[in-house]
Write a protein that binds this ligand. Sequence first.
Ligand code: MN
Ligand code: MN
Length: 316
Amino acid sequence: MNKGKNQPLSGNAMPRFGGIASMMRLPLADSAQGLDAAFIGVPLDIGTSHRPGARFGPRQIRAESALIRPYNMATGAAPFDTLQVADLGDVPINTYSIAKSVEIIQAFYEPVLAAGCRPLTLGGDHTIALPILRALKARYGPVALVHVDAHADVNEAMFGESIAHGTPFRRAVEEGLLQNERVFQIGLRGTGYAVDDFDWPRSQGFTLVPAHEVWHQSLAPLMVRVREVIGSAPCYLSFDIDGIDPAFAGGTGTPEIGGLTVPQALEIVRGCRGLNLVGADLVEVSPPYDPSGNTALLGANLLYEMLCVLPGVAHR
Ligand code: MN
Ligand code: MN
């Protein structure tokens, strides 16, 4: 049932351990023209503050994505029946310059968005959310945000630098990239620099959902509220893999104990169905700290789940 749309290369046509490791073994494309959605890698990790390695995230996520089949057996989503999807490859960042890389990333995303394509980004560290949000503002105006993370990423600066993986959402507020009253930060936890670390995002209108407040709970009710508050506003989903507990996703740069479970992560992403998602990312997978490949495998599957909740996806 391909209805003329791009399809992942079947595991019955080529063994899953063979072939070119594009995301989900989809066709590669060099332009977003005609695409409804695209996977894009951003192999940047010069914004990390602790363990590096997220530069290898896109490549490893693609490798682990080879196991993913087209149909979502839990939700009935059939994304390749109705959406034209391809892998646009990686953004050629400048690994010696974070400032230049941020400009390169924004310039890469602007024509993608102008083509009406919804980007699904394979990170890369969380710095990359800032240039993507800048490009989104140019196309859609300020956006709503669902942000899953152990950290709020609203530092004023890191080592005096205004652009780093712990600052993107502070800059986003300052630059008017967000609809602050429609921002949800989910999974926050860990130790802080000061007791009032989480006061600033709250003072800006964000809704914070610390991990310990939702331990042992379904997040489906939270997502009902998220959908009510965000409504039809253009919405971005930014998913830092460290929002999930290191027991399940230890291959990341700044792990924090007591995190979300994999079922909770699935409830969050699946709960975004019905939102006007204009793009999403999955960041901070660090393959050198992921010897089993489980973190990249989880990241690949979450990116697939993000595709499954984009507007226009058929459900059976
Ligand atoms: Mn983050
Ligand atoms: Mn984080």
